[in-house]
Design a protein around this ligand. Structure first.
Ligand SMILES: Cc1cc2nc3c(=O)[nH]c(=O)nc-3n(C[C@H](O)[C@H](O)[C@H](O)COP(=O)(O)OP(=O)(O)OC[C@H]3O[C@@H](n4cnc5c(N)ncnc54)[C@H](O)[C@@H]3O)c2cc1C
Ligand SMILES: *[C@@H]1O[C@H](CO)[C@@H](O)[C@H](O)[C@H]1NC(C)=O
Ligand SMILES: *[C@@H]1O[C@H](CO)[C@@H](O)[C@H](O)[C@H]1NC(C)=O
Ligand SMILES: *[C@@H]1O[C@H](CO)[C@@H](O)[C@H](O)[C@H]1NC(C)=O
Length: 495
């Protein structure tokens, strides 16, 4: 590994045609140690080589929205649960770090409408079942084809990135993957897109609505691109990291030997402009204020009103802080006995489901309910059935009160509540929602704006690779590697 990095640096040195030391950035700052920040740290080191010092600022916990909590001496995922198997960067990280996929434990899903189960799964994954075909006919097939097409186009990004092509805006990235149509998919709602290809309104209300609620806590008004990605997740092939998804973040930071500074960044100030500007990063470390200077700064946390504010000072023209509102998702981790009668099963022994999605009806006060497996699964592990005390995760838009908890659970030992600023509020469609910029200034990049196109663990990793390539290509003025049109054909003929 080290040898490879040295070779990369050597190659740069040769290409830049310099005598003596190559003109590398001296120091790089990364704000945020979630999967976006950890991944960009790793990719930046791959590009620039190990001699560049990378400082990573983290206000809370390494991992960010990849997090665990402890119930009865076992850890459970409290943020992002699972990752799609087509997510190649996450797959690579797991291999690179010597981590493993957590063993799969079978379980079934159902959709609950507030007074009855509208759809029960007969097989492992919700959208793979014969029952769906039976109920909804051609709608189901059309949906499958639509999701497949979107994913196939999305997968092109890995090829572009393997050839070190970068994009200076989210729109350019999307355009190169799926043309203008892909860019439009961030504006049009998933409902509108599906109606357009002949999926029935009933299917959208019953099934698509429930999947959008369980994955993003929002309605079928969310944009088609993010909708398609969460539907790909509902089709199965999901996995998680043995020991906890957050191990990817701590592992990448350790591997790169990044300097992790536990402090909250308050401002990024332009200290010196010119061809090679210098940025001052100001931070608050347990009440003590400090500042450091950097050639490159990557903001790897969403900028929104519910987060830690970061001011951008001395920029001309001023940098407009992207302040898309974020959507609160409350995660309640309950250790107790499910009230299966609430779902129509008076005998809990007969309740066959490990996850319940709820449709958007006035009666449903939760988005989804899931029987959690611990992050470490021993060989003899089995899922706890509802007549035994189990650990459940309930997602809702506001904290559940005692009465609501007593409705879904017969009794419980403990409830731990985490409030997440989870995803962008994708809001009503129709109004033109421009996507935030990636390049805020010559050497100042914003990674997390990609969430406005689609928020997921892998999107953060894809954006991280893009920002690392973009920063590198811009630093060495490799303009032919930025925003190249018609990459798909170019790469076909090159190979
Ligand atoms: C309940 C829930 C369920 C989810 N389920 C899934 C799922 O099943 N599959 C999936 O793919 N995705 C899921 N997601 C989304 C996924 O977790 C996120 O898209 C992803 O983790 C975002 O990573 P990130 O590094 O970009 O941001 P974050 O993880 O938010 O990391 C940003 C980091 O920056 C730090 N920070 C913020 N401001 C500052 C500052 N001023 N100074 C220093 N540090 C700062 C924060 O403390 C944080 O650690 C889920 C999210 C939630 C909340
Ligand atoms: C994208 O949207 C614009 C404006 O809404 C429309 O004119 C254009 O035809 C759309 N393009 C595609 C390929 O869908
Ligand atoms: C859980 O799994 C991780 C990763 O494989 C491992 O490092 C850790 O020791 C395990 N913990 C327990 C309690 O088995
Ligand atoms: C369980 O659900 C049933 C049916 O909705 C309800 O009557 C009862 O009050 C709930 N709570 C308990 C603790 O059984």
């Amino acid at each position: 590994m080290a040898l490879l990095l040295l070779l990369t640096a050597h190659f740069i040195w040769l290409c830049s045609g310099h005598q003596g030391a190559p003109d590398l950035p001296g120091r790089i700052a990364v704000v945020g140690a979630g999967v976006g920040g950890s991944a960009v740290t790793y990719f930046l080191q791959q590009q620039f080589g190990p001699q560049v010092q990378i400082d990573v600022f983290e206000a809370d916990r390494v991992g960010g929205r990849l997090a665990t909590l402890t119930v009865n001496n076992q850890q459970y995922e409290s943020g992002s649960l699972s990752i799609h198997s087509l997510n190649l960067h996450m797959q690579d990280f797991v291999k690179l770090l010597g981590l493993r996929h957590r063993r799969e434990v079978a379980g079934k899903s159902a959709i609950y409408s507030g007074d009855q189960l509208v759809l029960e799964e007969t097989d492992w994954y919700l959208l793979n079942l014969f029952r769906l075909w039976w109920h909804y006919g051609i709608s189901f097939l059309r949906l499958q084809m639509w999701v497949e097409e979107v994913m196939e186009k999305f997968m092109r990004v890995y090829k572009y990135q393997a050839h070190e092509y970068a994009f200076s805006s989210i729109e350019e990235l999307l355009r190169s993957l799926g043309g203008e149509h892909f860019v439009n998919m961030t504006q049009k709602s998933v409902a509108e897109s599906l109606l357009g290809i002949g999926v029935s309104q009933r299917f959208i209300d019953d099934v698509i609505g429930a999947v959008m609620r369980a994955s993003y806590g929002q309605t079928v008004a969310i944009p088609a691109l993010v909708g398609a990605m969460s539907l790909a997740g509902a089709q199965g092939n999901m996995w998680a990291v043995e020991g906890g998804n957050k191990l990817v973040c701590s592992g990448l930071l350790k591997l790169t030997k990044a300097n992790v500074i536990h402090a909250r960044v308050t401002a990024v100030s332009l200290h010196k402009s010119g061809k090679r500007p210098l940025y001052e990063v100001r931070y608050d470390q347990d009440g003590t204020l400090g500042s450091e200077y950097y050639d490159l700064v990557i903001v790897a946390t969403p900028l929104h009103k519910g987060g830690y504010p970061i001011s951008f000072l001395n920029f001309q023209p001023p940098i407009q802080e992207p302040t898309a509102p974020y959507h609160r998702v409350v995660s309640s981790i309950v250790h107790g006995y499910l009230n299966s009668s609430y779902f129509g099963f008076t005998d809990p022994k007969l309740f066959p489901f490990s996850s319940i999605l709820s449709t958007d009806s006035p009666d449903s006060f939760f988005h989804g309910l899931e029987n959690l497996c611990p992050v470490n699964i021993s060989v003899g592990f089995r899922r706890k059935p509802p007549h035994e005390a189990a650990v459940w995760r309930v997602l809702s838009s506001r904290p559940l009160d005692r009465r609501e908890l007593k409705t879904i659970f017969k009794s419980y030992y403990s409830v731990q509540v985490i409030e997440w600023q989870a995803f962008p509020s994708y809001g009503a469609t129709g109004s033109s929602r421009s996507l935030p910029p990636i390049v805020l200034h010559d050497g100042l990049y914003y990674l997390s704006g990609v969430e406005l196109a689609a928020a997921s663990v892998e999107m953060s990793a894809v954006a991280a690779k893009n920002v690392a390539l973009l920063a590198f290509n811009r630093w060495f003025e490799l303009t032919e590697k930025i925003d190249q049109p018609d990459l798909l054909h170019k790469l076909k003929t090159e190979l």
